[in-house]
Design a protein around this ligand. Structure first.
Ligand code: SAM
Length: 291
């Protein structure tokens, strides 16, 4: 079918649609719409969408990225909280018959049931320009629920992207880095300045891709490891021993932590920000059952 051009992403077309429907941006929903076709192509390329893929898009807005995804994918399932966008979609998404929009809050949707229904037996790719007020909860919900996902490619705040993609010893390395890298291999795909959006956000943005690991790092008690990681980064300038022994949740003594560090060949005054995920897993296994 011949699809009406220009698509959204062309700033003139986007403004025309917003004016035609008298759309009012709702700040509380993190509504910053993309108006740069090169960025839309970059996200779609980074997500590596093929015609066999079912794609989950969170927050389609007026349908800008959705058009690009639908052109490449077998099917696009969208979840959008703002149902005032429904009548706009009737115009902007009319040329594609492979798009379904569910008007709901992504944090309340039973994603496992939705994906099982829409993509039985095949892993789904997530692609989105995420609403920034819930970036981390959305990413962690996607990863922690152990959903049948292949990858998650999202535009987020640059500062959060740098934390997620950081390596040990880097100033951005922390609990969020490890929480995400436990589940996924992370790549920074592009930096995106504020002028690629309407309205312009206050921060710079970046596109990251997270490929879900088929084999996560082996650790006896992942919950325990996460608790140790949280405690290790709770006080930035303290040594790992001091963070763990003063953390009530972790509940270890100085001697226990020092003995475990010695067994790993690490100095007693080591700081959490220098340990790799593998080292945190080994530390967690050594401390298992000791608190
Ligand atoms: N994809 C569009 C684009 O790139 O131009 C819009 C992206 S905009 C940054 C974020 C979108 O997420 C908005 O459409 C907003 O209404 C929607 N949104 C915000 N909170 C949401 C939630 N809890 N569940 C689903 N969608 C949400």
């Amino acid at each position: 079918m011949e699809k009406a051009r220009p698509w959204l992403g062309d700033p003139k077309r986007t403004v025309e649609i917003l004016q035609k429907y008298g759309f009012r941006f709702r700040k509380k929903f993190g509504q910053n719409f993309l108006i740069d076709p090169r960025v839309l192509e970059k996200i779609t390329a980074a997500a590596d969408i093929t015609e066999e893929d079912v794609v989950l898009e969170i927050g389609p807005g007026i349908g800008t990225l959705t058009q690009y995804l639908a052109e490449k994918a077998k099917e696009v399932i969208c979840i959008e909280i703002d149902n005032s966008l429904m009548e706009i979609h009737e115009e902007t998404l009319a040329d594609w018959d492979n798009i379904t929009v569910l008007f709901d809050d992504v944090m309340k949707v039973d994603l496992a049931a939705l994906l099982a229904e829409k993509s039985p037996g095949r892993r789904v790719k997530v692609a989105a320009n995420l609403p920034y007020y819930i970036t981390t909860p959305v990413i962690m919900a996607l990863l922690e629920q152990e959903l049948p996902l292949e990858s998650v490619t999202v535009m987020i705040q640059k500062e959060v992207a740098e934390r997620i993609a950081a390596q040990p010893g880097n100033k951005n390395y922390g609990a969020l880095t490890l929480a995400v890298q436990y589940y996924a291999d992370v790549y920074l795909a592009a930096n995106v300045p504020p002028n690629c959006f309407i309205p312009r956000p206050d921060v710079s943005s970046a596109v990251i891709r997270m490929d879900l690991k088929k084999d996560k790092i082996p650790v006896k008690d992942p919950g325990r490891m996460k608790q140790i990681i949280r405690a290790a980064f709770s006080k930035r300038r303290k040594t790992l021993v001091n963070c763990l022994r003063s953390d009530e949740g972790a509940g270890f003594s100085r001697e226990q932590v020092e003995a475990a560090l010695a067994a790993l060949g690490l100095p007693a005054d080591v700081r959490g920000e220098t340990l790799s995920l593998e080292q945190f897993a080994a530390l967690s296994d050594l401390l298992d059952g000791q608190a």
